[in-house]
Design a protein around this ligand. Structure first.
Ligand SMILES: NC(=O)C1=CN([C@@H]2O[C@H](COP(=O)(O)OP(=O)(O)OC[C@H]3O[C@@H](n4cnc5c(N)ncnc54)[C@H](O)[C@@H]3O)[C@@H](O)[C@H]2O)C=CC1
Ligand SMILES: O=C(O)C1=NCCCC1
Length: 312
């Protein structure tokens, strides 16, 4: 009989997951993914079922990374909720398997993994694609992902000014009060993004929140929301004028409303830039369209599990 799986709660996962360890692992696995060797990295596009009557979706995100022998799947639910509900709009559970036999070794709360690995990949995009002199960061949307993005972007980079704007002013004010460091709250997205060098969209909107005519030429945009084929965060002008980078071309072609509906061409995967097979066009206006990948969860979950095991 295999050992029973261990259950790692959200606070335990958070304790064992650090950006410092996560970022190099993500860079490595994104590079491996983009080499396209499917006997090394196996990751189908997320399979998603809609839960129409509750404005939600359930997604299954399996991945196998052969060279590290990591077999994992995340099950993620995301709902377009009003802000005052008690549960987060994204909820996730990660299952880590023993690849040799297929038994589950760990069941983990997947929320911290989702927040940190998404923000870490966004930060990798900024390391590669933002202009060398980037002074102003703007975050549109002030929910859970905004917190992790604020954390890592202010830790890794030295912005002179950080601005936030959300659908409701109170949400942005609450966000600003909850983080450490100076932050400017604006009630208009247009004003918030004016002159910004890096713009992160982390909204649950299904309609564009960022318009090309507002954006400073040469800015880097990290678009994290709009993960359904008919949802948008960015308008056609921006999608047409910017150079588009993605985490997975295959995922983007199936899931990204911004890419599918605008007809924009994908220039490169982040992994291709990391591998040096496609250039980082820092001087152009760039969009990194993030959708999230099972391999990102897999390396994060393995980090957590190994550290937890060593602590026993
Ligand atoms: N790319 C990826 O890997 C991942 C993407 N996501 C997506 O990221 C987005 C944010 O996720 P969470 O922070 O967990 O959601 P959340 O529900 O905690 O926060 C969403 C925020 O967006 C704001 N918002 C909605 N419409 C807006 C508008 N028009 N202008 C400005 N702000 C607006 C809301 O007021 C709220 O503050 C969601 O779309 C989610 O599906 C989530 C996890 C991973
Ligand atoms: O990658 C993920 O995890 C998610 N991506 C899009 C929306 C919900 C979660």
């Amino acid at each position: 009989m295999a050992d029973q799986p261990v259950f790692l709660r959200d606070d335990v996962v958070a304790r064992f997951l650090s950006y410092d360890e996560l970022i190099p692992r993500l860079e490595e696995v994104l590079g491996k993914f983009s080499r396209g060797n499917s006997s090394d990295v196996v990751q189908p596009v997320r399979s998603v079922i809609p839960i129409h009557s509750h404005s939600g979706f359930l997604g299954l995100m399996p991945a196998y990374i052969a060279h590290e022998d990591i077999l994992c799947t995340k099950i993620v639910a995301f709902y377009r909720r009003e802000e005052n509900l008690h549960l987060p709009s994204t909820q996730a559970t990660v299952l880590l398997f023993n690849p040799e036999y297929g038994n589950v070794t760990a069941v983990m709360d997947g929320l911290d993994i989702t927040h940190k690995r998404t923000a870490a990949v966004s930060a990798i995009s900024a390391k590669l694609l933002m202009a060398a002199q980037s002074d102003v960061l703007c975050i549109l949307g002030c929910g859970h992902q905004a917190v992790s993005h604020y954390e890592i972007f202010t830790k890794l980079f030295s912005f002179k000014e950080v601005r936030v704007c959300s659908r409701r002013l109170e949400t942005a004010e609450r966000f600003a009060a909850g983080v450490q460091g100076p932050i400017t709250v604006l009630s208009s997205a247009k004003e918030a993004v004016h002159g910004a060098d890096v713009i992160i969209t982390v909204t649950n909107s299904s309609k564009p929140v960022l318009f090309g005519e507002w954006v400073k030429p040469g800015a880097h945009i990290v678009a994290v929301g709009a993960c359904r084929p008919d949802w948008r965060e960015l308008d056609d002008v921006l999608m047409r004028d910017a150079v588009i980078y993605v985490d997975s071309r295959e995922g983007a072609a199936v899931e990204s409303g911004d890419i599918i509906l605008s007809g924009a061409e994908v220039f490169a995967e982040l992994g291709e830039v990391l591998n040096g097979t496609r250039p980082a066009l820092r001087n152009k206006t760039t969009v990194f369209k993030s959708l999230g990948m099972g391999i990102q969860d897999a390396v994060a979950a393995k980090l957590v599990f190994d550290k937890w095991k060593r602590s026993q």
